[in-house]
Design a binder for this molecule. Structure first.
Ligand SMILES: C[S@@+](CC[C@H](N)C(=O)[O-])C[C@H]1O[C@@H](n2cnc3c(N)ncnc32)[C@H](O)[C@@H]1O
Length: 477
């Protein structure tokens, strides 16, 4: 028996199908009323219908509809919150249906998610959450869905989030990962991958999963040779970062950093402190002999290339920046203008560059599980089946790096993911094949606490306030 069914009256039995004539072919004109909920639902629709990124769609939509202030904050809370919590919302909605969730029209389902999110995770009064959602669903899918949406949300509202979790989550004694996965609204495979990387299925795993729902602070990079972190902090009202000598943390609610003068004047860029630390490790690892030819093998959009280029400029080195995607390569060119960086739009697995590099950074394409804070819907879009393809590509890029580096030179491998298959699994094998020794990367993260037993470094949002970057440093024999 599905948990909880016994205590509720009959379920809404017939998830309605959308009538073809109700489909809108022209862009929807936003109604005058309740712009925040309308915007939030439109973001959820864009994510479901065209694989859009919520954090790109919402700001554009707020701007074009001139939604500001409290309405903008409410729309953001609803759109990002419902996108993040989708798995939990679907479990609760599913428990209120007699049919499979997959049989519910996707427009109606997104409206139900929005309504359920308000009921479980906001202080919106029940009647307002239900009636506003019914109105939106009617507007998008036709008036025939109103009764169904109303009935499902009434059932959802019979319990609060804790009560639903008590009913739906697996017993933590039998399945601690499954329990935490549902509680923190993460797919189980992601929760498991965090547990494996942390070696914990209890309090620390919970802290790591919960950190994915926190809004990340904005970190700035003071471009080397342009401005110091102290000066940048003074100008922006931020704080000097705890670990990166080039980092500044902006206070919450500082507005769009792109509007600030240091960014407009190209003295600084936005860059997570973890990315800064990884790039600094790549630049500072000790090489034997000359130190003039540097290679950034996966450079787009150019965040680390800016830091490497700035450091290379002060030490007389030059950087070759490789990027396969032309539009991302253009971003690298723009970002590194004036620095000793040459951009090559080629495949890093066979870039056609002369061998003999002193340093190579492989900041490889990855699942991005280390940056889930930044992309609300990402955890539900990524699939475990993405991992083998990515690990193959990561291995091939590393094989190229070991062909291109000279004996005594260093290869630094970075991914924004804690998934062991993409981190230790890839680098251990690639370094062995490439004839390289693994160095203790922790020495290249001075002052950073909680780095574990080494030799690799895994940063975490809940420990370090950074993205969950992984960094391995190796030297070719
Ligand atoms: C994690 S991102 C790099 C981020 C970058 N280092 C930065 O700090 O801004 C990985 C990049 O590798 C690029 N890429 C993917 N496959 C590649 C390949 N075969 N050769 C070169 N670049 C590739 C992607 O387009 C993407 O821009």
């Amino acid at each position: 028996m599905t948990p909880g069914r016994d205590r509720r009256p009959a379920k809404p039995s017939r998830p309605p199908r959308r009538r073809p004539e109700s489909r809108r072919e022209t862009p929807r004109k936003p109604p005058a009323t309740d712009p925040a909920r309308r915007a939030a639902l439109d973001v959820l629709r864009a994510v479901s219908e065209r694989d859009a990124y919520a954090n790109l769609v919402l700001p554009e939509l707020l701007r074009t509809r001139r939604i500001t202030g409290r309405d903008a904050a409410f729309a953001t809370e609803l759109a990002y919150g419902a996108a993040r919590a989708r798995g939990l919302l679907d479990a609760v909605i599913g428990a209120c249906l007699e049919r499979e969730l997959s049989k519910v029209d996707s427009t109606v389902l997104d409206a139900l998610r929005l309504g359920t999110y308000q009921l479980l995770r906001t202080r919106v009064p029940e009647h307002s959450a239900v009636s506003s959602t019914v109105d939106l669903a009617r507007e998008d899918a036709g008036s025939h869905v109103a009764g169904f949406v109303n009935a499902v949300l009434r059932k959802v509202s019979e319990k609060d989030e804790e009560a639903w979790l008590a009913e739906l989550a697996p017993d933590p004694a039998d399945d601690p990962i499954g329990n935490l996965a549902l509680r923190t609204a993460h797919p189980r495979w992601i929760a498991r991958s965090f547990a494996e990387a942390l070696g914990d299925t209890g309090a620390e795993l919970e802290a790591a999963l919960r950190a994915d729902d926190s809004r990340p602070e904005v970190h700035l990079l003071a471009r080397p040779g342009e401005i110091s972190a102290d000066e940048l902090a003074a100008v922006t009202g931020g704080e000097v970062a705890p670990y990166s000598p080039y980092g500044v943390h902006l206070p919450a609610g500082s507005g769009d950093p792109a509007d600030s003068e240091p960014l407009r004047e190209r003295l600084a860029t936005v860059q997570d402190e973890g990315s800064q630390l990884a790039a600094l490790a790549a630049a500072n690892a000790a090489v034997e002999g000359s130190d003039e030819r540097w290679l950034d093998l996966c450079a787009g959009p150019g965040g680390k290339a800016v830091l490497l280029g700035g450091l290379a400029a002060t030490s007389g080195a030059r950087v070759d920046a490789v990027e396969k995607a032309p539009h991302r390569a253009r971003l690298v060119t723009e970002a590194t203008e004036g620095l000793p960086v040459t951009v090559h739009v080629v495949d890093g697995r066979d870039p056609g560059l002369a061998e003999g590099y002193d340093r190579v950074l492989v900041d490889a394409p990855c699942t991005g599980l280390g940056a889930l804070r930044r992309r609300p819907e990402a955890r539900w879009r990524r699939q475990p089946s993405d991992v083998p393809e990515l690990t193959r590509l990561q291995g091939e890029l590393l094989a190229a790096a070991y062909r291109l580096v000279r004996p005594g030179g260093v290869v630094t491998y970075v991914v924004c993911s804690p998934h062991l298959a993409e981190t230790e699994g890839v680098i251990a094998e690639a370094a062995r094949r490439g004839g390289a020794d693994v160095l203790d990367a922790r020495e290249l993260f001075p002052g950073v606490p909680h780095l574990g037993p080494g030799p690799y470094v895994q940063l975490w949002p809940h420990r370090h306030g950074t993205d969950a970057m992984f960094c391995a440093v190796t030297r070719k024999r």
